[in-house]
Design a protein around this ligand. Structure first.
Ligand SMILES: [Fe+2]
Ligand SMILES: [Fe+2]
Length: 457
């Protein structure tokens, strides 16, 4: 029924009658279909859903009245226009035809002009009725939608809105939106982004655009977060953009709540890590604040080297926990006042592997293991436990080893006072390319220099 070329079904048991109608209607440009019996007519009509059925009355087995009655009884053909073609020109048979649902009558022999006029009129009316029904259904759908729907002209002006859109865009009872520019309802800072998406859709560059943005609040009310989906549309035969506006306040609140909970959990993790690191420092006796200082400085250098923020979290945790493996080193070695024997060194050098074993058991700390595992590796391959060299050593561990040595030398140790800053800097420079990654040393010294001479102001 909605084909571009109207389809007419001709039902007649006489081949000659079908031929006559065919030759008459062919010139009108319709698509023609045929049935030679009532049963066949029902099948073809259900399948094709024609725009019009020309139905012979006098047929053997199932006559036109019965066919018409059945067509009207079936949902898929109940609305198809039916013209009954009959040789009977009496009042009684017309009444019977009307009773079973015929729309019009033609009398045999067929008058060409009459056939043409009636088919044209009935097809046109039927098409208009269908379009109107479609449009009404569409408008009802728009009206009932819980999301705001706004039809916007190519010039950006509002053509049509539903109640949900009006509730979002205007305070109740404050007039109509029709003709207003939709952009005027967006937060000023957001309107350029909306306009870009609008242009992409109206120009046909993108069939669909979706963006999250903010509508201006009413009066003093805060802005409302919304998701707007834009699609190209035709409205009264002109290009338009259909905007589906969804209030996402609840989604934003849920996101905030989720990130608040996530922060709470990660904060709890970090407090646990820091407490653990502090406990280690207390056991180490001479490391007051070392964990926190090296964690902060390592993070600064990592940022200076362009490490992304997701990785920074793991670097901070790894730096705090760098010597957690020393938990397995006996006090007699850890606190030995003199130099360690070769055997004691062997034990001491196990602490990175101990850290690896311990931390890899804890899923949220697994990404933080590289510093505890590799902080004693050296750029030239002379470190331990693996003897990795150059960029084989993960970058966080390369950064950390510079910071760790810097902090140790700058702090007072059991038998040695803190080194002055120049001496520490000279040490780092001297060991760039042997112990340390030269690129890390450069960034580190740069940061140190900036921190020693903070800009005045
Ligand atoms: Fe260590
Ligand atoms: Fe350390």
């Amino acid at each position: 029924m909605t084909h571009a070329v109207p389809c007419v079904l001709i039902v007649d048991d006489t081949p000659a009658a079908r031929k006559t109608l065919e030759s008459l209607l062919k010139t009108e440009g319709y698509r023609l279909a045929f049935a030679s019996s009532g049963v066949e007519a029902l099948e073809v009509a259900a399948q094709l859903k024609p725009d019009l059925i020309l139905l012979d009355v006098m047929m053997p087995e199932m006559d036109g009245y019965e066919v018409c009655r059945r067509l009207r009884g079936a949902p898929e053909t109940s609305q198809v226009p039916i013209i009954m073609v009959t040789a009977l020109d009496d009042r009684a048979s017309r009444l019977r035809g009307l009773e079973v649902g015929a729309d019009d009558f033609l009398t045999k022999p067929i008058d060409w002009a009459e056939l043409r006029a009636r088919t044209r009129t009935i097809i046109r009316l039927n098409r208009y009725r269908l379009l109107y029904a479609q449009r009404s259904r569409y408008e009802l759908l728009i009206r009932l939608s819980p999301d705001g729907i706004v039809m916007v002209s190519a010039a950006g002006r509002i053509l049509l809105t539903n109640e949900a859109a009006e509730a979002l865009l205007i305070p109740a009872g404050e007039g109509t939106l029709s003709g207003a520019p939709l952009q005027g309802f967006l937060l000023e800072a957001e309107s350029a982004r909306f306009f870009d998406a609008f242009v992409r859709v109206i120009s046909g560059q993108c069939p669909l655009e979706r963006l999250e943005t903010w509508l201006q609040g009413r009066g003093d009310a805060p802005p409302v977060p919304v998701e707007i989906s834009l699609g190209r549309h035709e409205w009264e035969e002109l290009p338009a953009v259909q905007c589906l506006i969804r209030d996402i306040t609840w989604r934003k609140e849920a996101e905030l709540e989720r990130s608040r909970l996530f922060r709470e959990v990660t904060d709890a993790y970090d407090v646990t890590i820091e407490t653990l690191a502090l406990a280690l420092e207390l056991r180490g006796r001479d490391m007051g604040g070392h964990g926190r200082r090296v964690a902060e400085m390592t993070v600064k250098v990592a940022r200076g080297m362009g490490v992304n923020e997701d990785e920074i979290v793991n670097i901070r945790r790894g730096a705090f926990l760098h010597d957690i493996g020393k938990i397995a080193i006996p006090d007699s070695i850890l606190h030995k006042p003199g130099p360690l024997s070769a055997e004691e060194w062997t034990i001491m050098r196990r602490h990175p592997d101990v850290a690896c074993d311990l931390l890899s058991q804890i899923s949220f700390l697994r990404p933080a293991t590289v510093i505890p595992c590799f902080h004693h590796e050296k750029w030239d391959g002379s470190g331990y436990p693996r003897g990795l060299r150059g960029e084989e050593i993960p970058l966080p561990a390369r950064i950390f080893s510079v910071v760790d040595v810097w902090d140790a030398l700058s702090s007072e140790r059991v038998y040695e006072p803190a080194w002055p800053e120049e001496k520490v800097i000279a040490y780092c420079r001297d060991h760039s390319g042997s112990h340390f990654d030269p690129r890390v040393v450069a960034v580190f010294l740069d940061i140190l220099e900036k921190e020693s001479f903070p800009p005045r102001g």
